[in-house]
Design a protein around this ligand. Structure first.
Ligand code: NAD
Length: 291
């Protein structure tokens, strides 16, 4: 199937990054969000990030102008009906994703491929409630999308080969690398990464170290480019907690128990960079640890 128009649902940190790379690769992008503010700031972010790429000589001024012209926004979800491929990248909550699919499905072309950028929710379960489980799969980008090389492609139990091949072709055209993952909670990257982040929060909770010592230990002692708490703030603590809950519920193993301190930060609305406060406070010139 020839894919040219890509609908993206959710213009948050992932949605704007996906719009960015798709438009640069020559796809027509229709980006939707319930929030007009999110759509406005997504376009500003894409523009700012592309300008930086122009500044570094990675893309030309013309590449940027043409790519920006390929991105349209709408607050009406059903406008995405004519897309060849839909990538849902809304909030990591199953009820939210379900409501989006329910509203969108009657407006889609029969051949449209429907995908979710979910970090952890069962692709098979999401697919089973649609009219096209064979044309449904996981299309999981890493954050920040323009920088990270990997895309996990997750087949649900019913996903057919032409659907997988079509998505793989899109990943190839982006110049990224696809990893095929089976549909088990949190797939590959987050199955390994999130328990490590959760353990870093336990290490903080039990007073083994403070925010700074935990992050520098992992940067200098394990050669990680970012400390686990810094990375958690970058991902979003609500997303981290949601993924831990999916692992805990889906695998029924206490080793995935979300740290109560992670829950507490989320309850406080301290969700990391996107709310200016998490394990670090980002409101000043330099990030200051909150513990
Ligand atoms: P985010 O909070 O930055 O953005 C979510 C956006 O979805 C918001 O702008 C919100 O207004 C919008 N939204 C909520 N309900 C909607 C609806 N009904 N219709 C349209 N838009 C709606 O979240 P994010 O970090 O961009 O995550 C989005 C998805 O990508 C999640 O499924 C998450 O698990 C996944 N993901 C996140 C990361 C990460 O590092 N943050 C990495 C890979 C995948």
């Amino acid at each position: 199937m020839n894919i040219q128009t890509i609908g993206i649902v959710g213009a948050g940190q992932m949605g704007n990054g996906i719009a960015h790379v798709m438009a640069l690769a020559g796809y027509d992008v229709l980006l939707t969000d319930v929030s007009a503010e999110a759509l406005k700031s997504a376009l500003e972010l894409v523009e700012g990030n592309m300008s930086r790429q122009v500044g570094r000589g990675k893309i030309s001024e013309t590449d940027m102008t043409t790519a920006m012209a390929r991105i349209s926004t709408t607050q009406t979800l059903t406008d995405l009906g004519q897309s060849d491929l839909v990538i849902e990248a809304a909030t990591e909550r199953e009820t939210v994703k379900q409501a989006i699919f329910d509203e969108l499905l009657p407006h889609l072309k029969p051949e449209t491929i429907l995908t979710s950028n979910t970090s952890s929710i069962s692709i098979t379960r999401l697919a089973s409630r649609t009219d096209r489980p064979e044309k449904f799969m996981g299309f999981h980008f890493m954050n920040p999308v323009p920088v990270m090389q990997l895309v996990e492609l997750i087949r649900g139990i019913a996903t057919d080969e032409p659907t997988f091949a079509a998505c793989k072709t899109v990943v190839d055209r982006l110049g990224k690398t696809a990893a095929s993952a089976e549909d088990f909670p949190a797939f590959i990257v987050n199955r390994i990464l999130m328990p490590m982040i959760n353990e870093a929060v336990y290490t903080l909770y039990e007073g083994v170290g403070n925010v700074q010592s935990i992050d520098s230990s992992m940067k200098l002692g394990a050669n990680h480019p970012m400390g686990p708490l810094e990375l958690a703030d970058f991902i979003g603590l609500d997303t981290c907690l949601a993924i831990m809950n999916v692992l805990h519920d889906g695998l029924a193993d206490t080793k995935y128990r979300p740290c109560p301190l992670l829950t507490k930060y989320v309850e406080a609305g301290w969700l990391g960079r996107k709310t200016q406060r998490g394990f670090y406070d980002y409101r000043g010139e330099v990030p200051v640890p909150t513990r």
